[in-house]
Ligand binder design. Sequence first.
Ligand code: KG4
Ligand code: ZN
Length: 347
Amino acid sequence: MFEPLILGIESSCDETSVGIVAGHELKANVVASSVEEHARFGGVVPEIASRAHLEAMRPTLTCALEQAQVELADLDAIAVTAGPGLMGALVVGLSAAKALACVLNKPLYGVNHLVGHVGVDMIEHGPLPKPCMALLVSGGHTTILRVGDIATDVTEVGSTIDDAAGEAYDKVARLLGLPYPGGPVIDQLAAQGDSKAISFPRGLTAKHDLDRHRFDFSFSGLKTAVARWVELRRRGGQEVPVADVAASFQEAVADVLTAKTVDACQEFGMDTVLLGGGVAANSRLRVLLGQRCEQAGITLRRPRPGLCTDNGAMIAVVGAELVRAGVRPSGLDIPANSGMPVSQISV
Ligand code: KG4
Ligand code: ZN
């Protein structure tokens, strides 16, 4: 099989990353993060992110080429995140990719960041069964997807109606006085807490919600419930059992995500589910989804945590699939699309 050599550039949020793949084979994946520059603001500051991308882009590219032991001239195409993400941040990656494509006279593919999160597992576990289901859980998105073909056919089955799962993690961490990003910190703390200590709500699981929102999620009520619970304790002068709150919150998130994903697989007759996005690194989500899929006879494909958070390899591997599927390359004039819908795989 043709194994196109693709360089992928990712710059949608606070990670500047360049990955190189040959088909599904990972050759390099270099990530420079500006997360520490944002930490004191409690979230990503777009202007700081854009500047950091500008500074990191060239060294990251050089490092990836060295790691992969390839020359720019050897590449078959350049893939780049075209959206969704922060406008100023996306533009930096797109400009770099366009410059490379133009100078090297190679095809350019503007790729959807979310599809990258879903497709990254091909690097670890090979081609995807067609069709399969995917649970995409990131800082900005929480979605169940039907993946007919990763290069040509991705449709949304359900989605969050308010906050994304990662956003809920970050907000809950903030109200507990924990640093940004909240996901990894809560994940670690939860390991020392009791997940049954507090019964937090499971959004959109009541009977009357299931009629309209069977495969949709809601995490803003959960976040408010945690805030109220913590506030009541503080007002009463009691200590807040942070580990128990973290574990109980994490259980509520993992419970809803996994129950709805398995339900969607059964409803649509899918026997494989792909896990993707930054929150896919979460230890409890990985275990619980594994257990529930096994009980339901569903194969779960989870990329290793290091591939779950934003990286260039996930963009490169989708680029390789686009090349193999014969999808038309993007023009050099493609815009950044901060609100790119997940069903738009490439530009
Ligand atoms: O996919 P991602 O790297 O960036 C976006 O595209 O949004 O996801 C970042 C999100 C953040 O909200 C972060 O708190 C969350 O992923 N995250 C986690 C874990 N690691 C990262 N959430 C829960 N548990 C984790 N271990
Ligand atoms: Zn992401």
